[in-house]
Design a protein around this ligand. Structure first.
Ligand code: GLA
Length: 407
C-alpha cells in the first residue's frame, strides 16, 4: 500500500484532470527512494549491499492510451511536461533531463517484454532530487510498474529488478543494481541485504529502538549530471584494479570477480596483496572495495544482534574509506558526519554515490533528538532555506517496496 497522503493524492488527481481531462486516471504506481546503510560503491563490483527503502516515494497517477504515446506532467514545476513514443529505441532528451528516467524504463520494457501501450501520467516525488536517496531509480521503477500495468503485463520481480538496473544505464551512468532492487523488493520494517549474481534479497528487521537520521549536505549529486563521469571513473578503476590483481594470482586461484576474490582469500590477505601489486590510485580503490565488502556481512550480523555500537563503528569505517580511499566525499558531507558523531550518533557515513547528497547516521531513541538538533543548527548557522527540515533532515522509516493500485 502506498504511503501517499490524501492531500497529495487530491493534488495529483487535480493535476491529472487539468492536464489531460476526462476520463479519470486508472492506476496509481508508487516506488520508494532508499537510504543505503552500508556497502557503498560495491554493487557494481558484485558485492553485497545493505540498504532500506524510505518513506519518501515517487507516485505516478496514470491511464492507459490506445496508442504508443507517453504524455507526462510533473507536479514539480522545475520539471516540465514531456511527450514521446514507445519503441525499442527511444531517443534521449539532453543529459540531466528528468524524462530520460521514464524513457529508460520504457525502452527497457519495450525491448524485453514488447510493451507498446502508452500512458497519460502525472508524476509526483517526495524523494529529494540529486540527494543520493535514489530519486532517479524510484522514477524508473514507478514508470515501469505503471507501463506494465497499462499493458496488462506482469513480470517476475527479480527479473524486473535486473531489467531495470540495465535499463537505467540509458542515462549514461554505469550504475549497479542496488537501487532498483531495493525500490521493488523492500520490506516494511526491514533493511535488506542484496546479493548479486544471482540476485537475492534477505531482509533483517531494524531493531525497534534504532533510528537512522538522514541529512542533506545541500551539495547536489546528480547521477546524470556532474557526478556521472566521476562515478563511471570509479567503476572503471575498480575493474582495472581487479584485473591487475587477478592477473598476478596463480592460475588455480585466478578470480573473475571481487566476490570470488573475497571467497578465496581473507580480506586482510587481499589487502596485503593489493599493497604489493597495485599503484595509486588503483590501490586505494581496491582497498575500499575489499574492506567495504568485508564490512557488509559484519554489519548485517550486528543489526541482527541489535549491536548498535558495532554497526556504528562499521559505518564510521565505511565513511573513512569512502573519503580517503574511494575519494567520493566532500567537505560538507565530512562536516555533517562529524556533527552527528559529536552529538551522540553511534556512527555516520555518506550514503549513495557521494560527491554531495546525504549522510546517514545511526542513533537510538534516546540520542536521536540531540543529533537532529545538532544537524538542524548547522543548517541555520550556514546554508539555510525554508522547508529544509523534513525534506532534507529526517528520520528514515524502513518502508515497503513499489506497487500499483487502482486509482
Ligand atoms: C548509485 C548507483 C548504485 C550504487 C551507488 C553507490 O546510487 O545507482 O548502483 O553504485 O550509487 O553505492
Amino acid at each position: 500500500m502506498t504511503t501517499i497522503d490524501p492531500e497529495r493524492r487530491r493534488h495529483l488527481e487535480a493535476a491529472f484532470q487539468t492536464t489531460f481531462g476526462p476520463p479519470a486516471a486508472e492506476g496509481l504506481a508508487h516506488a520508494p527512494g532508499r537510504v543505503n546503510l552500508i556497502g557503498e560503491h560495491v554493487d557494481y563490483a558484485g558485492l553485497p549491499v545493505f540498504p532500506m527503502a524510505i518513506q519518501r516515494e515517487v507516485t505516478i497517477l496514470f491511464r492507459a492510451r490506445a496508442d504508443r504515446t507517453v504524455r507526462l506532467a510533473n507536479c514539480d514545476a522545475r520539471f516540465g511536461p514531456r511527450t514521446f513514443a514507445l519503441g525499442e529505441t527511444i531517443g534521449r532528451y539532453p543529459g540531466g533531463d528528468w524524462g530520460n528516467y521514464v524513457k529508460a524504463a520504457a525502452q527497457g520494457l519495450a525491448g524485453r517484454y514488447g510493451t507498446r501501450r502508452g500512458i497519460d501520467a502525472v508524476v509526483c516525488s517526495t524523494v529529494p532530487a540529486a540527494a543520493g536517496l535514489s530519486s532517479s531509480s524510484a522514477v524508473v521503477i514507478a514508470s515501469a510498474v505503471a507501463l506494465l500495468a497499462a499493458h496488462g503485463a506482469t513480470v517476475e520481480p527479480f527479473a524486473l529488478m535486473e531489467a531495470m538496473a540495465s535499463a537505467e544505464q540509458y542515462v549514461g551512468t554505469r550504475g549497479g543494481g542496488m537501487d532498483q532492487a531495493i525500490s521493488l523488493g523492500a520490506r516494511r520494517g526491514c533493511a535488506c541485504r542484496i546479493d548479486f549474481g544471482p540476485l537475492r534479497l534477505t531482509p533483517t528487521a531494524v531493531p525497534p529502538d534504532w533510528r537512522f537520521v538522514v541529512a542533506h549536505s545541500l551539495v547536489p549529486a546528480s547521477k546524470s549530471g556532474a557526478a556521472r563521469d566521476a562515478y563511471n571513473e570509479r567503476r572503471r578503476q575498480c575493474e582495472e584494479a581487479l584485473a591487475a590483481v587477478a592477473a598476478r594470482l596463480p592460475r588455480a586461484r585466478r578470480a573473475a570477480s571481487y566476490a570470488d576474490l573475497l571467497a578465496r582469500l581473507p580480506a586482510a590477505e587481499l589487502l596485503a596483496l593489493g599493497d604489493r601489486l597495485l599503484d595509486e590510485p588503483l590501490l586505494r580503490r581496491f582497498r575500499h572495495v575489499v574492506s567495504e565488502g568485508a564490512r557488509v556481512p559484519a554489519a548485517v550480523a550486528a543489526m541482527a544482534a541489535g549491536d548498535a555500537a558495532t554497526f556504528g563503528r562499521l559505518m564510521d569505517e565505511s565513511h573513512r574509506s569512502l573519503r580517503d580511499d574511494y575519494e567520493v566525499s566532500c567537505a560538507e558531507l565530512d562536516e555533517l558526519v562529524e556533527i552527528a558523531r559529536a552529538a551522540g550518533a553511534s556512527g555516520a557515513r555518506l550514503t549513495g554515490a557521494g560527491f554531495g547528497g546525504c549522510i546517514v547516521s545511526l542513533c537510538s531513541a534516546h540520542t536521536v533528538g540531540g543529533v537532529l538538533d545538532a544537524l538542524a543548527r548547522c543548517y541555520y548557522a550556514g546554508r539555510t532555506f525554508e522547508g529544509i527540515l523534513d525534506t532534507h533532515l529526517f528520520v528514515a522509516e524502513p518502508s515497503g517496496g513499489a506497487g500499483v493500485e487502482r486509482a
